[in-house]
Write a protein that binds this ligand. Structure first.
Ligand SMILES: O=c1ccn([C@@H]2O[C@H](COP(=O)(O)OP(=O)(O)O[C@H]3O[C@H](CO)[C@@H](O)[C@H](O)[C@H]3O)[C@@H](O)[C@H]2O)c(=O)[nH]1
Ligand SMILES: [Mn+2]
Length: 764
């Protein structure tokens, strides 16, 4: 073939970070020095007072922090960047593979249909041959309003897509394009024709929004949405509706096919949340269009860069060996995000430091949205270099049936994917295969097959893996363990933008779900250590996964360490050297260096100092609330006492309207509700206030006469004070009003915990 003459589509560029490596090692050295001193004093050869029990607890915690630091450094050590040259694909349009695009939505209240519609419209309008694309929307909410919204959006798409292409619109989610902060008409205002078109398009969009927002479920069902009649959210048959079939439409108004799917739900079946939805989308699309590449986005993640699929193709087609891009993941970035990241969930610095770092190992993690998968990888195939073609030769019908289930159409489509037919996508019209798609979307279809299976001993693990709230991490890990690498897609402008949750309850819910899922992974047969021993997960990649997976465990150590300060003040003990002691220099240097290091990372990523502080603070708040609760929930689950559920994150509607006139006076201020996640951080806050008060009273009033050699010193006071600064939202919340105040029931429970703790300190 003429491939030798082809221009390179991508470049993998290692990034230098020599100075950072020195800083990494300096902190490691300080941590080790701290440990060494602790051990020495516990062995009793440091002279002075014999160390208390606290020193032992501190040693254990500090050893853990050192381990976490090593995991952190491993992740950041050798970053790479992938540059993509999408313009070089222009001569290779015929070679481009088909792409099935999946959008998942689950709840019309938390995920307003207008949001989903914008995501869908942005995907329908991307720069890619329309006959190679199909868009599937999975609606776990089984909502006639969502369906109606999509049907109306299809009508709008007939105007919107040609408009975007004609005028090369930059952001093709209409709510951004028409928002007050959007760029407005992009041509000179003297272009009358364009201006007229722009105005009429804007008014069409506004009409669409008002139709959707005024739609009422009951009246829709009465007006002939027969399928939704009597459909309960958790008990209904599959509904599949072809809203637009590109294969039978005229080329002129061409835009990708659009299919609505609400999979069957029955109370007696477990639905596996998003992972279950993704598996149904995979199968339904297999029998309908069977594209070899699948893109998946959450309902709020619109395509921000119209060339995003072309950029992804640079990574999917641009390596000599496909093993380098088993999947292609774009970072999660956010639209209309609050200034200075008050809830510490915009992840800018994490992606830039750890994201690029892990991209330099076996590859970036699968993040659940903004990801391009190869269908064959999802079908459990290994790279050629690991399991050569002979195995792929021709699996028997029986084998395929065992893996993929009994649908004939499913088996045939899987066979063509497995045989490596890149242009395998189906061509005939979609409507004729709806029955086959319904068959593979039923609850019972997966029974006895390999779909979602957690057992790693199977030769095949097919689809999104069940058993964790973070199906994304688990599935990505499974793919890396099969020997694939992944590539990091980071075009400019950013590929996709979504919404980050705001307010205390929504942010903590999201982190709690993530931590729950990560802990479920650690406790499962798919934990990265096993995968690295028995499968092809590389060692450093395994450590990178562990860095994430240990979140909930970190909470336990961090909580113990955070309690050491107040314990010492209350019980008149110490866990740090006295300021006069030369050993005091080590924790002091560590505290300063570590914070300076973090601060410099934010500056390096051109993120504000304020955002640095907010992230520092929120990380500790997440640890004591969301991570800790996740830890406890999963413990209860393993004891069989409770189940874990996927709580959907509320998507901000204000971004959909483009106006922020919401009732919230200060959207960046921390809000509370009566959820138990708020209890531990509230208790920590109170206990530190009490400890400082008692400690200060003892030092000032009693201190003079007493033997203070074993009691607390500057170090302990600084720890408590620092903790109160980090938990400032809670300090304010103690006296706050309405949703800005910690509810009485939470204060009461926190107060009881504090009383118990104080009692314990005085007894011991
Ligand atoms: O039963 C369910 C539950 C959720 N979803 C969809 O899953 C997506 C993610 O849910 P969201 O509430 O937005 O969670 P986030 O925390 O924002 O999502 C991140 O974390 C999840 C794992 O916890 C991943 O699935 C997501 O892709 C990733 O973006 C949304 O499109 C939902 O509609 C379903 O389709 N079915
Ligand atoms: Mn989300």
């Amino acid at each position: 073939m003429a491939s030798a003459k082809k221009l390179q589509l991508q470049e993998r560029v290692p990034l230098r970070r020599t100075a950072w490596k020195f800083a990494d090692l300096a902190i490691l050295a300080l941590l080790l020095a701290l440990l060494a001193r602790r051990v020495a004093s516990l062995l009793g050869n440091s002279g002075g007072v014999p160390p208390s029990r606290c020193w032992f607890v501190a040693l254990v915690c500090e050893a853990w922090f050192t381990l976490v630091w090593l995991l952190n450094v491993n992740g950041k050590w050798s970053p790479v960047r992938f540059d993509t040259h999408s313009e070089r694909l222009s001569e290779r349009i015929d070679e481009l593979p088909a792409v099935d695009m999946f959008v998942t939505t689950a709840d019309p209240k938390l995920e307003p249909p207008v949001v989903t519609v914008n995501t869908v419209l942005s995907l329908l309008a991307v720069d890619y041959p329309a006959d190679k694309l199909a868009c599937y929307v999975s609606d776990d909410g089984c909502s006639p309003v969502t369906f109606y919204a999509l049907r109306e959006a299809t009508e709008f798409a007939k105007l919107w897509v040609p408009f975007c292409k004609r005028h090369d619109v930059k952001v093709r989610a209409p709510f951004v394009y028409f928002s007050s902060s959007g760029s407005g008409p992009e041509l000179g205002a003297n272009d009358d024709e364009f201006l007229r078109e722009w105005t009429s398009m804007k008014s069409e969009y506004e009409k669409l929004v008002s139709r959707i927002e005024n739609a009422e479920e009951d009246s829709l069902v009465r007006r002939g949405f027969a399928e939704f009649l009597g459909a309960e959210r958790r008990n209904h048959p599959t509904i599949i509706k072809v809203l637009w079939d590109n294969s039978t439409s005229k080329a002129e108004e061409g835009f990708p096919s659009l299919i609505y799917i609400s999979r069957e739900k029955r109370p007696q079946y477990h639905h596996h949340f998003k992972a279950g939805a993704m598996n149904v989308l995979t199968r339904a699309s297999a029998v309908l269009t069977n594209a070899p590449i699948m893109l998946n986005v959450d309902c709020d993640m619109f395509a921000n860069n119209p060339k995003v699929i072309l950029h992804a193709m640079c990574l999917l087609l641009g390596f000599d060996d496909e093993v380098h891009s088993g999947f292609v993941q774009a970072p999660q970035k956010f639209y209309g995000a609050l200034k200075d990241d008050p809830f510490g969930n915009q992840m800018e610095v994490i992606y830039e430091k750890v994201g690029f770092g892990i991209a330099g190992l076996q590859g970036i993690f699968y993040g659940g949205t903004g990801c391009f998968h190869r269908r064959k990888v999802i079908y459990g195939m290994q790279p050629d270099s690991i399991s050569p073609r002979k195995i792929k030769g021709s699996p028997s019908y029986k084998e395929l049936q065992k893996n993929f289930g009994s649908s004939k159409e499913m088996i045939e489509s899987a066979r063509s994917i497995i045989s490596g037919d890149v242009l395998a996508a189906q061509k005939a019209d979609i409507s004729s295969r709806i029955e086959a798609a319904k068959e593979v979307s039923t609850c019972s279809y997966e029974t006895g097959t390999c779909w979602g299976q957690e057992r790693i001993a199977l030769p095949f693990q097919v689809g999104w893996v069940y058993g964790s709230m973070t199906e994304d991490m688990l599935t990505g890990q499974r793919i890396h363990a099969a020997g694939w690498r992944s590539a990091f897609l980071n075009p400019n402008p950013p590929a996709f933008l979504g919404s980050a949750p705001t307010g205390g309850p929504a942010s903590l819910t999201q982190y709690k779900r993530w931590a729950t899922g990560l802990f479920e992974i650690i406790l499962s047969k798919n934990n990265p250590i096993l995968l690295s021993i028995y499968k092809h997960l590389e060692f450093r990649q395994c450590l990178a996964y562990l860095f994430m997976d240990v979140w909930p465990l970190r909470s336990v150590f961090e909580l113990c360490y955070a309690l050491l300060g107040p314990y010492c003040l209350l019980a008149n003990q110490s866990f740090l050297p006295k300021a006069s002691d030369p050993g005091f220099g080590i924790p002091l240097a560590l505290f300063l260096t570590y914070n300076a290091y973090n601060f410099m990372e934010y500056i390096d990523c051109r993120v504000s100092a304020r955002a640095w502080w907010n992230n520092q603070r929120m990380q500790r708040i997440y640890s004591s609330s969301a991570w800790l609760l996740a830890f406890l929930t999963v413990l209860l689950k393993t004891m069989g006492l409770s189940e874990t559920v996927f709580e959907v994150t509320r998507k901000d509607t204000s971004t959909a309207d483009g106006d922020d006139s919401a009732e919230d006076a200060d959207p960046g201020r921390f809000t509370f509700d009566s959820s138990p996640v708020f209890i531990p951080p509230a208790a920590l806050t109170i206990v530190n206030i009490v400890a400082i008060a008692i400690g200060a009273w003892r030092a000032v009033v009693v201190g003079a006469g007493e033997d203070v050699s074993g009691g607390p010193g500057v170090g302990e006071f600084v720890c408590c004070g620092w903790l109160l600064l980090l938990f400032w939202p809670f300090v304010r919340g103690l006296g706050g009003k309405g949703s800005y105040g910690i509810p009485g029931s939470v204060k009461l429970k926190a107060g009881l915990l504090v009383a118990a703790f104080v009692h314990f300190c005085r007894r011991i």
